[in-house]
Design a protein around this ligand. Structure first.
Ligand code: F6P
Length: 344
């Protein structure tokens, strides 16, 4: 193996640069393998937008958010022509193996390329922490820290004004950020896609809190809860990305309005949005991303194609890409039960 390629796809995530740095350092220092950086996710392999990565190119990037390679939600599986371009460019640039850093969509493409004979290894990335086969994805810990701090800050203003504060956080399919940051921040109610809820019961709980003398409440809502018109997802228009996902956002406003109506309490909504994804990764995410990057290179060298690096307990291992993308890893009822103990 003389040269490997690395790309980052899908939404950006704190820790991507730590993975890139680890891949470059491991490949060059340990195995004397060259690394080609592929720009803007799969788009870079369709268009031949690539650049060699050296020690110098990855120097100083460990604490930086985002990705020096850029990212996109380009889906080459949308046309045979795009897939052919990807295959041609892999050949043209002499790439003997690919490291693909992404979530379910990006890794879904990786799995298909593996089936077509391309040596490929995945690294699990998403702030949503919803990939199966790994206990944690990098980026999640950073997002949880940001949301926890936001909940702490919202507590003091909620208390001063005797308001209900609705905090909308990311989480398209699952409520990992909402649940973990909600527990850490002492949320009075957490609404997630995995747990259907009745808004009347939420309002009753808030009213009971007020009767007990708690004149404010913090309600954390994952963007993927179904509470739109006719109980659908709340989206920002009809448009979808190349993987068929609508841009979510706004369910907090719908829920906040309803809570104000049902409780008569002044309610404010904060949508934390992209703040959750930006900026420097936590120490935990830097270390996890670094361990994944090192492991991914080892896996390619050891011909473990079609697999994804993963974390089980505190051990780094590997699982089949197909397992990782088969279904979303959801919040277990046990964990939600712990959060629920502190509701109301
Ligand atoms: O995949 C992570 C995520 O943060 C989702 O929770 C969110 O719905 C999505 O990305 C939005 O990202 P973008 O606007 O970049 O498509």
């Amino acid at each position: 193996m003389k040269k490997i390629g690395v790309l980052t796809g899908g939404g950006d995530c704190p820790g991507l640069n730590a993975v890139i740095r680890a891949v470059v350092r491991r490949a060059i220092d340990t195995y004397q393998i060259g690394v080609l950086g592929i720009r803007e996710g799969w788009a870079g392999l369709i268009n031949g937008n690539v650049e060699p990565l050296t020690h110098f190119s990855v120097s100083g990037i460990l604490p930086r958010g985002g990705t020096i390679l850029g990212t996109s939600r380009t889906n080459p599986l949308k046309s045979n022509e795009s897939m052919q371009k990807v295959l041609n460019n892999i050949k043209k640039y002499g790439v003997n193996g690919l490291i693909v850093v992404g979530g379910e969509d990006t890794l879904g493409v990786a799995s298909r390329l593996h089936d077509m004979g391309v040596p490929i290894v995945g690294v699990p990335k998403t702030i949503d922490n919803d990939l199966s086969g790994t206990d944690y994805t990098f980026g999640f810990d950073t997002a949880v820290s940001i949301v926890t701090e936001a909940i702490d800050r919202l507590h003091t203003t909620a208390e001063s004004h005797h308001r209900v504060m609705v905090v909308e956080v990311m989480g398209r399919h699952t409520g990992w950020i909402a649940t973990i940051a909600g527990i850490a921040g002492g949320a009075d109610c957490i609404l997630i896609p995995e747990q259907p809820f009745k808004i009347n019961e939420v309002a009753e709980m808030i009213k009971k809190r007020r009767e007990k003398g708690k004149t404010f409440s913090i309600v954390v809502v994952a963007e993927g809860v179904e509470f739109g018109e006719s109980s659908g997802l709340v989206t920002q228009g009809e448009k979808t990305d190349e993987f068929g996902h609508a841009l979510l956002g706004g369910v907090g406003n719908v829920i906040g309005k309803k809570i104000e109506e049902l409780t008569g309490m002044e309610t404010r909504v904060t949508n934390l949005g992209y703040i959750q994804r930006g900026g420097s990764p936590t120490a935990f995410d830097r270390v996890l991303a670094t361990r994944f990057g090192v492991k991914a290179v080892d896996m390619l060298v050891n011909k473990e194609s079609g697999k994804m690096a993963c974390l089980k307990g505190n051990e780094i291992g590997s699982v089949d890409l197909k397992e990782a993308i088969s279904s979303s890893k959801t919040i277990t009822p046990d964990l939600y039960q712990v959060a629920k103990l502190f509701f109301g």
